[in-house]
Design a protein around this ligand. Sequence first.
Ligand code: NAD
Length: 386
Amino acid sequence: MINIAIIGTGGISDTHIQAFRHFADRCRITAMVDLDTNRAAAKTSRFGLDAKVYATWQDMLDAQTVNLAAICLPPFIHAAATIDLLDAGVNVLLEKPMAPTLEECDAILAAAERSGKLLSVVAQNRYKIPMMKVKQVLESGIIGRVLHAQVDSYWWRGSHYYDLWWRGAWEKEGGGCTLNHAVHHIDLMHWMMGMPVDVQSLVTNLNHENSEVEDFSTTVARFADGRVGQITASLIHHGEEQQLAVQGERASVIVPWKVLASKQRDNGFGEPDLSTVAEIERIYADLPDIPYEGHEGQIDNVLAALQGEQELFIDGVSGRNTIELVTAIYQSGFSGQRVSLPLAPDSPFYTREGVLNNAPHFHEKTHSVDGFADDSITLGSDYKSN
Ligand SMILES: NC(=O)c1ccc[n+]([C@@H]2O[C@H](COP(=O)([O-])OP(=O)(O)OC[C@H]3O[C@@H](n4cnc5c(N)ncnc54)[C@H](O)[C@@H]3O)[C@@H](O)[C@H]2O)c1
């Protein structure tokens, strides 16, 4: 039986608790850790868990042995908590973003290396049926040479969103929607397309006044072989119509699932290529569904990896790749320059200090709350419909 600690029992922890409970034959939650022990205790009883409550992860480590910690803390303490837990011999499932800066990501990777413990960074959108299938469709080569990929990380958040004490501050949240929302879609971009060689970005704040950080960014990325990527991160899009669209020579494939194909007439104008569409639809339909989606899918894999039954699917390096792209977007957006990747440690945004010194405050935070009475949250598109 794998003993689990939930570290941070706020909004996202419900999703982790439900997912772990789904695999009750393989694991059990034995520790709930939160500075706000009342919140941790209330959640422990709401979910009927047989778990002890602790204020700090150090108290928990002193009192009991756990095999896996799910870190659901605000981003600015991801590195401190993850490094302490790995060094104490605990495997870690770390919520996104891995950490706000590359310096912290590198320190986490070094701790994973020296401890020999498992580290997985949450990227639950890979575990969506259409995403897994589109990845396989792309790998089959059926759409021909890939030319362009676009991710629309469209979200909508009202002004109260940034009232939470740690949000909307470079020091605590580490960034805005590029780091904290588009993180999911940036992961999908490099998972499907690999890492680009350079990016050019615009980063701004259009409509969130109680926040230092951006609520919008848009980026053009170039890949070594000439392919082009476009990434938009936004908190101002009503309806949150999130999509991934990949254009190939023969066809385009889109999530939520759609396939389009054109062939040319004598004059070069296009007409639908229905046989290619039918061929790709058939390949897609024949691909098996994954058994679990979202956090459940990733947690199933982490448990199986701990039991030696599967390879770990999402590791620390892919978490770092996402942060490298986010960092390049900030560097480009704030300098107005095209930025080449990989980034070197002399990037002005590599360290926490560098971010604090170089990122503009779009606004100053003027008010803040410790928490919301309603801490239920939504996790974005199911990618089945828009
Ligand atoms: N994967 C997703 O789709 C998804 C969705 C939402 C949030 N998240 C991520 O999950 C993390 C947590 O977000 P949230 O919305 O649950 O935040 P939250 O503020 O609701 O919860 C964080 C909890 O951590 C506790 N905490 C803070 N500092 C602590 C410390 N030093 N020791 C112990 N407890 C401490 C707080 O009291 C709070 O209860 C963030 O990194 C966020 O980006 C991921």
